[in-house]
Design a binder for this molecule. Structure first.
Ligand code: SAM
Length: 276
């Protein structure tokens, strides 16, 4: 079998007995045209290093390989490995399969060069991995872009602007560290089996920035501010050491509420507080 006569994904799933496991967050994409459109979101991938999390039966993996990427794919479900090995044979030298838990693997260590992340992530670990990629201590990070499938509601929270009910910690973190945009909505019916909710793909490019903000402080400030989002900052931030003094120094009115502050305001407050 070579790249020109790959069997349909439905056939691969049936032949390898890959019934979707709910526990592993398995909802597969089988429409190859859709998969090619997803693989095009990060831009030209010819000869680019790509990290894929959760390749499953390899639908998105195929599309990435067709786009010319050199793919390292981490999959936890051993049942998927024979199907992925077929792809490895069809695209010699382009695919490296790593069996394991993506949460337990240091991605920067795994990849020996800058890499794009492209993944139809399991929903239960998506936000966790995303947050980890955004809070890498070294910056710019080893990843050059993130192209990630989320539940639509989570994707909206990533790109939310101040003043909206969806604006919160995830928006501040994402938009501080990345240019984040909603790249594509994906209807639930595109998945097998269809999940209960709609999905959307977020594309992020890392922003250039000085490494002068303590991430733990920013997390603490946003957690406190949005934890009591209806309260004034003087109330919600009173338990965060140095926060009220920082508001005063920066001329931010302490009677404002969290959702009226810009991403830059939050970053300035964290920078002013320093390490706590
Ligand atoms: C939503 S499915 C997507 C499958 C495939 N990429 C597609 O688009 O059809 C998520 C995949 O992630 C795998 N997975 C779940 N948890 C994982 C983990 N902790 N590390 C690596 N892979 C994981 C699942 O086994 C499954 O194959």
């Amino acid at each position: 079998m070579d790249r020109t006569d790959l069997p349909p994904l439905r056939e691969v799933i049936a032949r390898h007995g890959l019934s979707a496991s709910k526990a592993l967050g398995q909802n597969f994409l089988l429409d190859e045209q859709l998969l090619d459109r997803i693989a095009a979101i990060p831009g030209d991938l010819a000869d680019a290093a790509v990290l894929e999390i959760g390749p499953g039966p390899g639908g998105l993996t195929r599309a990435l390989l067709r786009a010319g990427a050199r793919v390292s794919a981490i999959e936890r479900d051993a049942r998927c490995l024979p199907a992925l090995a077929e792809l490895e044979a069809a695209f010699p030298g382009q695919l490296r399969i790593i069996e394991g838990d993506a949460l337990a693997i240091d991605h920067a260590e795994l990849m020996s060069e800058p890499f794009a992340v492209v993944a139809n992530l399991p929903y239960n670990i998506g936000t966790l991995l995303f947050t980890r990629w955004l809070t890498r201590p070294e910056w710019p990070p080893a990843w050059t872009s993130l192209t990630l499938m989320f539940q639509q509601e989570v994707a909206r929270r990533v790109v939310a602007k101040p003043g909206s009910g969806e604006y919160g910690r995830l928006a501040v973190l994402s938009q501080w560290r990345a240019e984040a945009k909603l790249a594509m909505k994906v209807h639930r019916s595109a998945f097998t089996p269809p999940p209960k909710v709609m999905s959307a793909i977020v594309h992020c490019l890392p922003t250039e920035q000085p490494n002068d903000v303590a991430i733990a402080t920013l997390e603490r400030v946003t957690e406190a501010a949005f934890g009591q989002r209806r309260k004034m900052l003087r109330q919600s931030l009173k338990g965060v050491s140095g926060a009220l003094a920082a508001l005063e120094t920066l001329g931010i009115d302490e009677t404002r509420r969290a959702e009226t502050l810009s991403v830059n305001d939050f970053v300035s407050v964290a920078r002013e507080i320093g390490t706590i």
